[in-house]
Design a protein around this ligand. Structure first.
Ligand code: NAD
Length: 439
């Protein structure tokens, strides 16, 4: 079976590599020459644990090219894994997906199944199929199947090789059978449904998770006000199997390439059909506020950032990825800079990408210790292991004022108390905050 994958981002490349790991020959196509050159040399253009190793192991079954015509011409299956970013109005921008559909229509010379892995609004697969069939350069049969992706960045390889489920949305049995053959070596439950339901499963899953995060964040905000502890609350809730203990960590909100855009896109789509998705709207609104929670907290300790040395630990939207899309740092750091802060920032893998956005004005550090040196306040935006494992005494030892605002609840309160630092986190009592306000 000849397989091509359009797009070599977090989804496309991981899909291609994991299909190769399961015995398929795969040609990965991208429009970005630099990315393709890197991949040909066995280098992954994105940071994703384990990806490069499996990529190198399977090089004999993997091809990388910008020549889409050759890749699609005689492919049996073509996966579409290009981006579907957010438009200004919140709807999904489908220009990359439609661009690939056009290229496929012009290129294919064999019957083939086009598999849409990109997250697309309900009804898009129908449009893609019409578009391809209407523009075919050769007289061939083409079927479009929806096969949404559920991987999470940071665990993408594991999530793909040991998928929680494989969702196949088809209108003709023939396309479903081809996809079952593609996934024959994967040990995961398969849900076969129609295309619209498959598209909806993806949005409903992501929006539900976003809602769960926003819910626990709101409860955390209330815990702070009334003196309860969100971690104990979440622990107590999580034992209920109907609730579960995952995605119950209060913090400074969700970011990344999926939850923000997928909540807005579904809300937009519902509005378009004259229906208000109130729960999803609430998740979006809560998250917008939550992103600025640490900045608001910082006002308890300093009126302004002017002249302050600010240490930032973590730049990416979550650990395990170099992706900055919708990372809280993108809105918080500019506020600090505008207010006159001297910002020092550390991240184990995100600095190069952040430098592309802020090439000047930030002092990038390659160790946590260097970042904390002489700082007046420290913001933790990403719960990297290096941060969680840091000896808390370092804050008092290295900072001018050991005021630590933790947006990810990396430390327990007892340790923070013992370390004699001012420690303000999410949904929990602030430690030594009185002492700090006198600084
Ligand atoms: P990405 O932005 O990381 O990668 C997209 C890639 O497509 C880029 O390398 C780009 O150069 C390439 N591209 C654009 N046009 C092309 C064309 N005509 N031919 C070939 N390549 C082309 O995107 P991503 O994060 O992998 O997301 C892809 C899709 O998967 C989105 O719809 C997203 O919502 C969905 N998704 C993402 C994740 C995630 O965690 N990132 C998880 C599940 C689903």
């Amino acid at each position: 079976m000849k397989i091509a994958v359009a797009g070599t981002g977090y989804v496309g490349l991981v899909t291609g590599v994991c299909l190769a790991e399961n015995g398929h020959s795969v040609t990965c196509v991208d429009i970005d020459d630099d990315k393709v050159a890197l991949m040909k040399a066995g280098i992954s253009p994105i940071y994703e644990p384990g990806l490069e190793e499996i990529m190198i192991k399977n090089m004999k079954r993997l091809n990388f090219t910008t020549d889409y015509k050759r890749a699609y011409k005689d492919a049996d299956v073509i996966f579409i894994g290009v981006g579907t970013p957010e438009k200004k109005d919140g709807s999904a921008n489908l220009r990359f997906v439609y661009g690939v559909a056009e290229q496929i229509a012009k290129s294919i010379e064999n019957d083939c199944v086009v598999v849409v892995k990109s997250t697309v609004p309900i009804g898009t697969n129908d449009k893609i199929e019409d578009m391809i069939r209407e523009n075919l350069a050769h007289d061939v049969n083409v079927y479009v199947a929806s096969n949404p992706e559920f991987l999470a960045q940071g665990t993408a390889v594991r999530d793909t090789l040991y998928a929680s489920r494989i969702v196949i949305g088809v209108e003709e049995e023939i396309a479903g059978n081809v996809l079952k053959e593609v996934y024959r070596n994967f040990d995961a439950p398969i849900v076969v449904t129609n295309r619209k339901s498959a598209e909806m499963i993806k949005y409903a899953s992501n929006d539900f998770l976003a809602l769960k995060i926003s819910f626990i964040n709101e409860i955390g905000n209330l815990c702070e006000i009334i003196g309860a502890n969100i971690e104990d609350v979440a622990l107590g809730m999580g034992y209920d199997g109907r609730i579960g203990n995952r995605f119950l960590n209060a913090g400074i909100g969700y970011g990344g390439s999926c939850f923000p855009k997928d909540t807005k896109a579904l809300h937009w789509l519902a509005n378009f059909h004259d229906y208000e998705l109130k729960t999803v709207k609430a998740a979006i609104d809560v998250n917008e506020n939550q992103k600025l929670k640490l900045i608001k907290k910082s006002r308890k300790y300093f009126d302004s950032f002017k002249g302050l040395n600010v240490a930032v630990l973590g730049l990416t939207f979550k650990p395990g990825t170099d992706d900055l899309r919708e990372a809280p740092t993108l809105v918080n750091i500019p506020i600090m800079l505008e207010d006159g802060a001297n910002v020092r920032a550390w991240d184990p893998v995100g600095i190069e990408n952040f430098k592309k956005i802020h090439p000047i004005g930030i002092d990038y550090c390659y160790s946590i210790e260097e970042t904390l040196k002489d700082a007046d306040i420290c913001f933790i935006f990403t719960e990297w292991d290096e941060v969680k494992e840091l000896d808390l005494s370092k804050y008092r030892e290295l900072m001018r004022n050991p005021v630590v605002l933790d947006g990810r609840n990396c430390y327990d309160l007892v340790s923070a108390k013992k370390a004699n630092i001012t420690y303000d986190s999410i949904g929990r009592e602030a430690i030594n905050s009185l002492e700090a306000s006198l600084v």
